[in-house]
Ligand binder design. Structure first.
Ligand SMILES: NC(=O)c1ccc[n+]([C@@H]2O[C@H](COP(=O)([O-])OP(=O)(O)OC[C@H]3O[C@@H](n4cnc5c(N)ncnc54)[C@H](OP(=O)(O)O)[C@@H]3O)[C@@H](O)[C@H]2O)c1
Length: 258
């Protein structure tokens, strides 16, 4: 497969790094020359990764093309390019709807919208893609997990999950800061929290049919210390506020689509 990237920034670097860490991959990669430093570095580090002379040369030398420029420049960059009918275009630009992409990349008709995450560099995390496509699912599946969705609304709702990372780390930081206040050694506290939460993150895989609330209840022994914190946070409205924030982000994502 000949894979091209229009836009060589953080996400392209992560995808190429993940891709080239897979043993015996036969994908040749063509990068657009911006960002110059990132593109040159990737070409230096990995076999079969080259930097094209310009964006059009990326398209001309590829059969699958990932659009990875920022939304702010997408409408300037993409319409100036000549796509072929047989190009498979994968847009990573969150704010462009599939309908909008179709108008920008005509006559290319095979289109996918995908949302990979930076942890793809270490082949972790999941990429959502719409509409379902076996080639794109196979590609991202090798770099972590691929989750295919049928509708744009499902894609948008799933995208909201990516807005929760900072709060997750704030949650861990709250525990860590509290431990430090108790005089616990900073490194030991961090190590303990990180190790426990890594183990907890395995629970859904270990009990694939259990819902998250079931897992929560398993730990919330009646009258126990887990139940106490869960009850107090629930009564304080923390989770209701969280749900409202999710809805607020969802509205923003839906409104940003052109
Ligand atoms: N990073 C994430 O976690 C993430 C996750 C999901 C989706 N996305 C989406 O993926 C896309 C790329 O994100 P990113 O984080 O990789 O952004 P980024 O690091 O800013 O990379 C975008 C790249 O596009 C280059 N560029 C600017 N103008 C260009 C042009 N005319 N032709 C070709 N390339 C051009 C920029 O080069 P210069 O540096 O020279 O300006 C930059 O290297 C965005 O649409 C973003 O919304 C990102």
């Amino acid at each position: 497969m000949k894979l091209g990237f229009v836009g060589t920034g953080a996400l392209t670097a992560a995808i190429v790094t993940g891709l080239k860490s897979v043993a015996d991959n036969s994908v040749s990669v063509l990068l657009s020359p911006r960002n110059e430093e990132i593109a040159a570095n990737l070409a230096l580090r990995f076999d079969d990764v080259r930097v094209a002379s310009d964006n059009q040369a990326v398209l001309d030398g590829s059969d699958m093309v990932m659009l990875a420029v920022r939304p702010q420049v997408a409408h300037e960059v993409i319409p100036s390019l000549r796509f072929r009918a047989d190009h498979h275009v994968i847009s990573l630009i969150a704010t462009l709807s599939l309908k909008e992409i179709a108008t920008l990349v005509a006559p290319a008709r095979k289109l996918t919208k995908a949302l990979p995450m930076p942890m793809i560099a270490s082949r972790q995390g999941a990429t959502i893609l719409c509409p379902p496509d076996k080639d794109v699912a196979a590609f991202f599946g090798r770099l972590g997990k691929a989750i295919e969705v049928e509708s744009a609304s499902e894609f948008d709702a799933l995208s909201v999950v990516t807005a929760t990372y900072a709060s997750f780390f704030k949650y861990l930081d709250t525990v860590h800061a509290w431990l430090k206040d108790q005089g616990v050694d900073e490194i030991k506290g961090r190590d303990y929290i990180a190790t426990l939460f890594k183990a907890l993150a395995n629970a859904p895989d270990a009990s694939p049919t259990s819902g998250f609330m079931h897992l929560s209840q398993e730990y919330a022994t009646r009258g126990g210390i887990n139940e106490q914190i869960l009850r107090e946070l629930t009564n304080a409205g923390l989770f209701d506020t969280f749900t409202q924030s999710l809805s607020g982000v969802h509205k923003r994502i839906v409104a940003s689509q052109t």
